[in-house]
Design a binder for this molecule. Structure first.
Ligand SMILES: Cc1cc2nc3c(=O)[nH]c(=O)nc-3n(C[C@H](O)[C@H](O)[C@H](O)COP(=O)(O)OP(=O)(O)OC[C@H]3O[C@@H](n4cnc5c(N)ncnc54)[C@H](O)[C@@H]3O)c2cc1C
Ligand SMILES: *[C@@H]1O[C@H](CO)[C@@H](O)[C@H](O)[C@H]1NC(C)=O
Ligand SMILES: *[C@@H]1O[C@H](CO)[C@@H](O)[C@H](O)[C@H]1NC(C)=O
Ligand SMILES: *[C@@H]1O[C@H](CO)[C@@H](O)[C@H](O)[C@H]1NC(C)=O
Ligand SMILES: *[C@@H]1O[C@H](CO)[C@@H](O)[C@H](O)[C@H]1NC(C)=O
Ligand SMILES: *[C@@H]1O[C@H](CO)[C@@H](O)[C@H](O)[C@H]1NC(C)=O
Length: 491
């Protein structure tokens, strides 16, 4: 594994080396090549498409895994044939959109078939129904750009390059306080089941499947090949970042708490992103940078963000923005630039007791005790206001069965240096796990799948867990997905 981790950092070299020595093509890959031809399959590690598919994970540690081949389906029928061939040949596989999930084997595979959905980029808008239809292969930024021509948008990720797999894990948007999670906007899905059957899931057809796919995670019940969702109006927003350096964490935590507890305007959304760098603090807060992402869906935010602008900052980019600019806040291409050995973990809290402070204090203490072991770490506070949980209920609720807000998700990210030994890597990750898992969470609130680590058993925090297990059993009865691809555990 140590050599694999090193390879991930010298990715073009590794692809070359593997390519020259060649891997034995698997039976499934031979089948896919003869069925689809080379226009839809990449079997050589020197193929540029293979190199891109393999090396474009946000957690670059996943670039170490070498699929036996990559297949690029163009429609549901292709996906159906692919799943049948994989099943017949007992191969492992993974389904990938934009590769932002940080967990091993969720969208990556070693010596199996990588199903890369990036060629499925169809999108359309029906003006009479206001429904938007899109295939899974676009980034959110590409979808936002397309729907802007109609002055509409879809509820999706906050950052341009992230993929549509986000919606299957719930999907938190700047618009969520108004319209609910991305998955709440689903109206009808086209799904290729583990059997290879192509079905429709909606509130009328295959209702249980539809329920599971609304926030119960991707790659569990099948492959979604088309989304029909409720679009939303969008115009000019007032948005930007505040960057606070030096030690202002007391004031920032207070303002964040006050926003979570008291903001009642659903058009106002925040993300509090608190970064600690590995450099020494020297009692000046030299190692800290808090980046506030502030977005108001409208031109006049009133005093929604006044508690944040009152805190000393070195950068303030607040002003009128298009929705596409909002998806590129701080630094355009942020999701690309920030690729590194990145791992997510999740916690969940309420802001009306001290647990949100305790969580931050433990995080901050850990950051000081482990200088030199990480490149940087951050903790994000993602508010879940009552308006969001109301909007979710109004659209039939999702698999998270979100209890009434306000509460918030605390997301932790660790970025580790590229050239460390496997034992050191494992040691740091274990300590980071102890930090997060040792921090008490609010009872009765679900973890956020999109930002959870695979070992956190996130589905078990859902009140719908038993129902999801039954749905999994019904749609993946012989455990094909459960045994041959990564993803959330239902057992
Ligand atoms: C920079 C960055 C910003 C982020 N911002 C947000 C945010 O604003 N809001 C939020 O909610 N989350 C956010 N996330 C978390 C993000 O939602 C998850 O990482 C999500 O899993 C990424 O989806 P993807 O399509 O890019 O990745 P992938 O890793 O390609 O896919 C994610 C998972 O979904 C499965 N999957 C994808 N498409 C399908 C399909 N069509 N059918 C079946 N299974 C499928 C994959 O197999 C995989 O298990 C962010 C992550 C990063 C790295
Ligand atoms: C590929 O696999 C499928 C499913 O097992 C099978 O029906 C088909 O004949 C195979 N095709 C080739 C060319 O091997
Ligand atoms: C692969 O599947 C084909 C049928 O499509 C079958 O004939 C062949 O034996 C399988 N090979 C393996 C190694 O499973
Ligand atoms: C839009 O939806 C309506 C109602 O379902 C349908 O009759 C119409 O054909 C659709 N328009 C397009 C362009 O698909
Ligand atoms: C933060 O709020 C607490 C009350 O909850 C108050 O005692 C403290 O002075 C505030 N700190 C700052 C820096 O605003
Ligand atoms: C700003 O903070 C004050 C307390 O200092 C609080 O009463 C007010 O509701 C906050 N405003 C917002 C929009 O969060």
């Amino acid at each position: 594994m140590s050599s694999l981790r090193l390879l991930a950092t010298t990715l073009s070299m590794s692809s070359l080396v593997f390519g020259l020595f060649g891997l034995e093509p698997s039976a499934a890959c031979l089948n896919l090549t003869s069925t689809f031809g080379i226009s839809k399959t990449a079997i050589s590690q020197l193929d540029l498409r293979y190199i891109y598919s393999r090396n474009s994970y946000w957690n670059t540690a996943l670039n170490a895994y070498a699929p036996a081949c990559v297949v690029y389906p163009e429609n549901a029928q292709d996906v159906s044939l692919i799943l049948k061939a994989i099943k017949a040949n007992g191969s492992r596989f993974a389904i990938k959109t934009k590769g932002h999930n940080t967990n091993d084997f969720f969208s990556s595979v070693d010596d199996g078939v990588l199903i890369d959905l990036s060629h499925m980029t169809g999108k359309s808008y029906n003006e009479s129904t206001t429904l938007a239809t899109y295939e899974p292969g676009s980034s959110w930024g590409e979808l936002y750009e397309y729907y802007l021509q109609y002055d509409r948008t879809v509820v999706g990720g906050r950052i341009h390059d992230v993929g549509t797999g986000l919606a299957l894990g719930g999907g938190m948007s700047y618009l969520s306080p108004q319209y609910g999670m991305a998955c709440d906007g689903f109206r009808e899905l086209e799904v290729v089941l583990p059997s290879g059957d192509i079905v429709t899931a909606s509130s009328n057809e295959n209702k249980d499947l539809f329920y599971g796919l609304r926030g119960g995670g991707g790659n569990a019940f099948g492959v979604v090949t088309k989304y029909i969702v409720q679009s939303r109006p969008i115009g000019t927003l007032y948005a930007g970042n505040l960057v606070h350096i030096f030690d202002h964490h007391e004031a920032i935590l207070n303002a964040t708490r006050d926003f979570i507890l008291h903001n009642t305007d659903p058009k106002a959304a925040i993300l509090m992103n608190f970064n600690v760098l590995t450099i020494p603090d020297l009692d000046l807060g030299l190692d800290q940078a808090c980046v506030m992402f502030l977005v108001y869906d409208g031109e006049d935010p009133g005093d929604a963000f006044a508690n944040f602008t009152a805190i000393p900052h070195i950068l303030n980019t607040l002003g009128p923005k298009t929705y596409l600019e909002v998806a590129n806040l701080l630094i355009p291409g942020l999701a690309v630039i920030s690729r590194a050995d990145n791992v997510f973990r999740i916690g969940v809290h309420r802001a009306d007791d001290d647990s949100y402070r305790t969580a931050f204090d433990r995080f901050y203490q850990w950051s000081q005790d482990h200088k030199g072991e990480y490149t940087y770490i951050h903790m994000d506070y993602n508010p879940v206001p009552k308006s969001l949980t109301d909007a979710s209920k109004a659209q039939g609720s999702n698999a998270m069965e979100m209890p009434d807000g306000p509460w918030f998700w605390a997301e932790y990210t660790i970025t580790t240096p590229p050239l460390i030994s496997t034992s050191k890597y494992n040691e740091i990750q274990a300590s980071f796990k102890d930090l997060v898992d040792g921090t008490p969470n609010a009872k009765g609130l679900p973890f956020f799948l999109n930002e959870a680590h695979a070992d956190q058993d996130a589905l078990k925090t859902f009140s719908s867990y038993k129902r999801l297990q039954q749905i999994k059993q019904k749609y993946d009865p012989d455990g094909f997905f459960a045994s041959k691809t990564g993803g959330w555990s239902f057992s």
